[in-house]
Design a protein around this ligand. Structure first.
Ligand code: BGC
Length: 756
């Protein structure tokens, strides 16, 4: 047998890959109807075609068998088609034996293991049966007279070349295939590996499912979870592509893990239409079935030589050819099939290939100035841009205070960034009312509100005004006391305080032990304001605060004055580190992170910032968290929580790509990555999977348990109120105002801002 000796095929179809979009080569004029006119088969003529597994691919082969039988005027019992459930060499041998015993005219087989099948193929040939192969070649020197199918090596190479186009930067690629013995699987793999050699693409060891589609999916999932950044996947057999496609979709990696596969079954075409499959090498399996019957018939009626020349057999091979299909060429492929009258169950009605997207630039301002959070945002941008080559995202990283200043300036100029840090609430409402934000409600409600429903409703609500959404959260937490357990132990404090009095006692104890009790960064006056507003939350309760904020009550109500008095008691103990009035928020985190103070009042960002600010980049080894203590006689509950989260608002002129990117950022997989580095507390279902830090879990449970959750005062109220409150409370720390004056200043400000 000449097949493998003559590796230089006359390639009927040359597969050309041009730039990013491999070109389609339409099915050739070797179509069934273009071949010789039907020859009438002898009465006793019976041909058997044996395939490899139950699959639409093999149904297409069967369609070819049936079409040939019809054209040749054969009865249904004269053209028999058989496939085992999945790769099953024993079943193929057994079927051969059955038909040898029946003395059929010819058998065309796709040998799942050519070595194992050869003896029984020889037995058939010795019994005078015409033996040919299709789809997967036989061993070298086989009794098979012809192989009708794909040149698998060059087709595999075409798949590899498509992958090279898709991954110009290289990366790791998984390979899923249905056999470790069938030559078509092995040759495709070899061709693929040849094409990627020296390109920066590395292939993992192929995984074998033995033509079991369910197993193929399991394997694809496990390869992806072991290689979460997998750059590409190659599906060697017809169901491998769809298996990868499902795994890629489930992992949220559409466009990130590029997918090249084989064949053009309905699943695969759907994958191309959806954009999860980037290219496929379509075999011509209908022709394989048709020509197998036709060839055996010709040999039987006219003899081998005449048959070979009539069917243009070259070196014992009829290369049925392939078509490379990409989104750009799918419609042409369909038209070519239709022109040849080859049936297909799918169609492209109502589908259009994605047009070459125009370049878009997105400006993103965030305030995550420290690693690992800063690096993670950058990684996500890189990943998104790789998957969306037309989108360029420019990141501007700003320190919290600088961000607020710069944002105010650009807002005044009417040019907000496309995506920017937001805490939602009143400040965001002001921006929306000023026409600076984009209403993204329709994005959240698309696809049955899929994006909206992914969020914890309470967290999303912070970014809505009068039923319209202007941004989304990516983190939500609460403020509380972070403490250094080792310093507490050093001062013989065995458990954190649960009342304000206990807290003051602990401050005294710590001081007596020579330990600075509290770190503060009063240069950024909101840090100290949090202590006052938490006291107000405990003392005034929900109703008291909302009455003042909604102007049915007043900020001069006794509970607000009392908050100032309680804070003054604390300040009088001189609990803060030296220089706290001039220290920034980050310096406060550094003091705490360096173990130079026992406590700080801060939110969920504290663990990551204190470690980033610490000299050793590790921070407090034994970190603890406790809720703001109860204040004796207060109207609020111990479970009432104050805090907020972080989100992104969308600027008025942002392109749709900006919203799409934010959607990507808030997908459960990305949220999980944020949680895993303790850079934030997830707000979408599934994101909490990454939350392992025990303190972060405490914070998450804290805000989840709160019946009354109060957004930070300075973000809840209109922006003008924020600075009024911050400045007023700063007077207490500086020792320049009394509690009454603080309350009065806030009330005066409120009258001005609200006009009542
Ligand atoms: C292969 C066949 C295989 C089928 C499985 C095709 O790509 O050519 O050998 O049986 O996939 O679905």
């Amino acid at each position: 047998m000449k097949i493998l000796k003559h590796l230089i095929y006359v390639i009927l179809i040359t597969v050309l890959l041009v730039s990013c979009a491999p070109a389609t080569t339409a099915p050739e004029a070797t179509a069934p109807e273009a071949t010789a006119p039907p020859v009438e088969a002898p009465k006793e003529f019976t041909v058997v075609v044996i395939g490899k597994s139950v699959h639409p691919y093999w149904s297409n082969v069967e369609k070819g068998v049936i079409a040939a039988a019809e054209d040749l005027g054969l009865g249904a019992d004269q053209a028999i088609f058989f496939v085992p459930q999945q790769e099953d060499v024993a079943a193929q041998i057994e079927t051969m034996e059955t038909y040898i015993a029946q003395g059929v005219t010819g058998i065309a087989i796709a040998p799942s293991d050519p070595n194992a099948l050869e003896p029984v193929m020889k037995k058939a040939a010795d019994a005078g049966i015409i033996v040919t192969t299709l789809d997967t070649p036989p061993v070298e020197g086989s009794v098979s007279q012809e192989y009708i199918g794909t040149n698998n090596y060059s087709a595999g190479k075409a798949a590899g070349e498509a992958m090279v186009q898709l991954l110009p930067e290289g990366g790791t690629v998984g390979i899923g295939r249905g056999s470790d013995t069938a030559l078509n699987a092995l040759q495709r793999t070899d061709g693929f590996l040849e094409a990627i050699q020296g390109t920066g693409i590395e292939a993992l060891e192929p995984v074998n499912d033995q033509e079991d589609a369910a197993r193929a999916l399991e394997l694809a999932n496990s390869v992806l979870s072991a290689n979460p950044d997998l750059a590409g996947a190659f599906g060697v057999y017809a169901y491998n592509g769809p298996a990868w496609a499902t795994a890629i979709k489930e992992a949220g990696r559409v466009g990130l893990t590029r997918l090249v596969c084989f064949d053009a079954t309905t699943d695969i075409i759907n994958g191309i239409k959806e954009g999860v499959i980037d290219a496929t090498v379509a075999q011509r399996e209908f022709d394989m079935g048709y020509k197998s019957v036709q060839l055996i018939n010709l040999i039987a009626t006219k003899g081998a030589d005449a048959a070979m020349s009539e069917m243009a057999v070259v070196d014992g091979i009829i290369d049925t050819g392939v078509d490379i299909i990409t989104p750009a060429t799918l419609k042409d492929y369909e038209a070519a099939l239709d022109a040849k009258g080859i049936p297909h169950e799918w169609d492209t009605k109502g589908w259009e290939p994605p047009s070459e997207a125009a370049p878009v630039t997105v400006e993103w301002w965030h305030i995550t100035t420290q690693d690992p959070g800063k690096a993670l945002w950058q990684t996500m941008v890189d990943e998104y841009m790789a998957a969306h080559p037309n989108v360029k995202i420019n990141i501007t990283v700003l320190e919290n205070e600088a961000f607020k200043t710069k944002l105010t300036t650009v807002m005044q100029g009417g040019t907000p960034p496309d995506i920017f840090q937001s805490w939602g609430g009143g400040v965001m409402n002001d921006q929306a009312n000023a026409g600076m934000l984009q209403d993204i409600t329709s994005y959240l409600d698309a696809d049955g509100s899929a994006w909206r429903n992914s969020f914890a409703p309470g967290a999303l609500a912070v970014y809505a005004l009068e039923g319209k959404n202007y941004g989304v959260p990516w983190d939500m937490g609460m403020v509380g006391w972070w403490y250094n357990k080792d310093l507490f132990t050093q001062a013989n404090i065995t458990q954190p305080p649960t009342t304000w009095t206990e807290l003051l006692d602990d401050v005294k104890t710590l001081k007596a032990a020579g330990i600075t009790p509290i770190a503060l960064g009063e240069k950024d006056s909101w840090t100290g304001m949090h202590i006052w507003s938490y006291l107000a939350t405990r003392l005034c309760g929900k109703d008291g605060f909302l009455a003042a904020a909604n102007r049915t009550g007043a900020f001069t109500d006794p509970c607000f004055v009392e908050a100032g008095t309680k804070l003054q008691e604390l300040i009088a103990l001189e609990p803060f580190q030296p220089g706290f009035l001039g220290a920034s928020h980050d310096e406060m985190q550094g003091t705490f992170g360096n173990g130079k103070a026992a406590m700080e009042l801060s939110g969920q960002w504290a663990p990551s910032v204190e470690s980033a600010q610490a000299a050793d980049k590790v921070g407090v080894a034994n970190l603890g968290f406790f809720s703001f203590p109860a204040v004796e006689g207060g109207a609020g509950a111990l479970t009432d929580a104050m805090g907020g989260g972080n989100g992104f608002a969308i600027g008025k002129n942002a392109p749709p790509e900006a919203v799409d990117f934010v959607k990507y950022l808030t997908a459960p997989e990305q949220q999980s990555r944020v949680a895993a580095i303790a850079a934030g507390i997830p707000v979408v279902k599934g994101g909490e999977a990454g939350l392992t830090d025990p303190n972060m879990i405490l914070v998450q449970q804290g805000f989840a348990a709160a019946d009354y959750f109060q957004l930070y005062y300075d973000q809840y109220m209109p922006s003008a109120m924020g600075s009024i409150i911050n400045d007023a409370v700063a007077g207490l720390f500086a020792g320049t105002s009394t509690p009454e004056q603080v309350a009065q200043a806030i009330e005066d400000g409120a009258k001005q801002v609200f006009g009542k």
